[in-house]
Every structure is written in C-alpha cells, then in structure tokens.
Design a protein around this ligand. Structure first.
Ligand code: DQA
Length: 147
C-alpha cells in the first residue's frame, strides 16, 4: 500500500531555513527517513514537494487514482491560506494527516488557523521533524487495521 508525503512552500529550504525554528534536518533527510520507515512496514512512500499551490492541488487530485492510501502533508504557509488545498482533499476523499515542524499555536496569530485541520484525520505540531515519523507510524497502524 502506498503513502504520499507532501511538503509545501519553502520546505525545500529545510536545513538552512530559520534553523532556530525548523532545525538543521534537510528535506532530503526527512524524505529518506520516510521512505525507509514505509519500506520497513511494507509500504511504498512517495515524496512530493512544491512551492506552488496549483501543483499541490494537482498532486492531491492524482492521489485519488494512483493507489495512494493515505497522505501526510506539511502544507507550510498554505495551511493558513489555502481553500483550494482544503477543497482538493475534500474532493478526492483520500485521508490525510497534517504535520507542522513548529508549534504553530505558540507562534504568530495568523498561524493559529488551519484550513485543513478540521478535515484531517490528525494533526501534529511542535514535535520537530519527528512529527513526520510519528504521523507515519500512525498511518502505518491505520493501514494495518484496514487489512
Ligand atoms: C510550518 C508552519 C507554517 O506556519 C509555516 O508557514 C511553514 C512551516 C511548520 O512546519 O511548522 O512553512 O508548516
């Protein structure tokens, strides 16, 4: 079974981007760890990153028919702005977990609202890059229960 990990805008800069907030781990490290974690549980993990809202919408649409069972997404700043990404998830009905490296709730007020959280299966925030690992562990468990 297949899991899709989506990272939104500016997450390609992880490792050098505001390391005090986001740490020193690169996106390549996160993706390699996610692929290995999935593989160890018998799942294919595909990783996708884009700085473009429409490209993320297109990738979510493709998930409806490409065998994706579950999506783990860090939507970056689009979390707080994108009705289009919300509507894409609502349209394809593929379950997803939302991940934030930082604790968005202890940051600026504009980061406190997410257009995705109320339709996500679960939300991780503030656990650093371990949030991806924890979300994937949950997803792997969910897929086990699905048979
Ligand atoms: C983020 C939090 C967002 O507010 C921000 O725009 C990001 C990263 C996080 O992982 O903590 O780009 O999603």
């Amino acid at each position: 079974m297949s899991i899709l990990v989506i990272n939104g805008p500016n997450l390609n800069l992880l490792g050098t981007r505001e390391p005090g907030i986001y740490g020193a781990t690169t996106l390549a490290d996160i993706e390699a760890a996610a692929i290995a974690q999935g593989e160890a549980a018998g799942h294919t993990v595909e990783c996708f990153q884009s700085n473009h809202e429409g490209a993320i919408v297109d990738r979510i649409h493709a998930a409806r028919t490409d065998g994706t069972q579950f999506v783990v997404i860090n939507p970056g700043a689009y979390t707080h702005t994108s009705v289009a990404i919300r509507d894409a998830f609502a349209g394809v009905e593929v379950p997803f977990c939302e991940v934030h490296i930082s604790n968005v709730h202890k940051r600026e007020a504009f980061r406190h609202h997410s257009y995705l959280s109320d339709i996500a299966v679960g939300v991780m925030a503030g656990f650093g890059v371990m949030g991806y690992t924890l979300a994937l562990e949950f997803v792997i468990e969910q897929l086990k229960n699905q048979g």
